[in-house]
Ligand binder design. Structure first.
Ligand code: ZN
Length: 319
């Protein structure tokens, strides 16, 4: 019995060994195959990842370029960034003109830091909320508005509540507004009349779409300045950018920080923000900004008036 058993066991052992070898070979094959598959897939995964990254970056670049081209709602971030080197030099030379009218704010508030919050591109669905916040903090601001149907109450409310209702063009379409001096005159006249018809008052202040230092005007800018003088409009740019107009939406905290950093150390700070349907984080940032400004006894928040130092990126030779 024993020898038979041991023979059987030997045979079984041999079979088992063969099976084990087979399994090992199979496992080896699978491992090899897996490595091969990974090696083949890896470059594809990396390519897809890079493609997505590239697409996102391209979108950001497109957003920035749309600022320079035309007809975009996105505009006026820190337009200085997008100027040519020659324009930058011009900007540095001219910097900011500080002209005085009536009783200057810095004489009304001696030794104080004057901060002017300005909202471009409104009215929008957020105008009422912005006005509510300003009322809550008991401060007045400046709204550089466009012509929009269906917002009559908002235009009126801005004016009635003591804010400065200022002009920012009728259409905001760069290609139309800056096509010729005549086109610019037409646009300014249209927005001025539009506001007058609603509020019964002529606006005294204007902000160029893209700012006075925009590189979209292909003729002598003095033509534009002359037209504004004819219409008794003073133009104002900004010296603090909240940077809320870029294609990348900023969080309220970031907008607040941009404003506070920009305001720091300026006797007269004109802050650029936007009142637009895709700018809710600006509305959220507003109480955070006002909390900080109100904490500072040395700081007053004011609307733009004739007493405001005119912050201008490009200054008319004839002013
Ligand atoms: Zn604008």
């Amino acid at each position: 019995m024993k020898p038979v058993d041991s023979e059987k066991t030997d045979a079984q052992k041999q079979i088992e060994q063969i099976n084990k070898r087979r399994k090992r070979i199979q496992r080896f094959k699978y491992s090899l195959l897996s490595i091969l598959v990974i090696l083949l897939l890896f470059p594809n995964i990396v390519s897809i990842y890079l493609l997505i990254q590239n697409y996102q970056l391209q979108k950001q670049i497109d957003g920035i370029y749309s600022f320079v081209t035309e007809e975009s709602e996105i505009e006026e971030t820190e337009n200085i960034t997008y100027l040519s080197d020659a324009d930058k030099e011009e900007f540095n030379e001219l910097q900011i003109a500080e002209l005085k009218y009536s009783i200057p704010d810095n004489e009304v508030y001696p030794g104080k830091q004057c901060v002017y919050l300005t909202f471009d591109d409104g009215p929008s669905k957020y105008t009422d909320e912005i006005l509510d916040i300003l009322a809550e903090y008991d401060v007045k601001a400046t709204f550089f508005v466009l012509a929009k149907e269906g917002y009559e109450e908002e235009y009126k409310r801005i004016a009635q509540q003591g804010h400065t209702l200022a002009l920012h063009s009728y259409s905001h379409k760069y290609s139309t507004i800056y096509a010729t001096p005549e086109a610019f005159r037409d646009d300014v006249t249209m927005i001025s009349d539009f506001i007058y018809d609603i509020t019964g008052e002529r606006s005294k202040f204007y902000r160029f779409p893209g700012g006075s230092s925009n590189s979209l005007v292909k003729f002598d800018k003095e033509e534009l300045f002359k037209i504004l003088r004819e219409q008794e409009l003073l133009y104002i740019d900004w010296n603090v950018a909240s940077q809320d107009a870029g294609s990348v939406k900023l969080l309220p905290e970031k907008i607040k920080q941009n404003v506070l950093d920009g305001v720091k150390g300026r006797n007269s700070a004109v802050v650029l923000m936007h009142d637009a349907s895709d700018k809710y984080t600006t509305v959220e940032a507003l109480p955070l900004i006002l909390d900080e400004l109100k904490k500072d006894d040395n700081c007053v928040v004011l609307p733009i008036t004739e007493g405001t130092q005119l912050t201008q990126h490009v200054v008319s030779a004839y002013q």
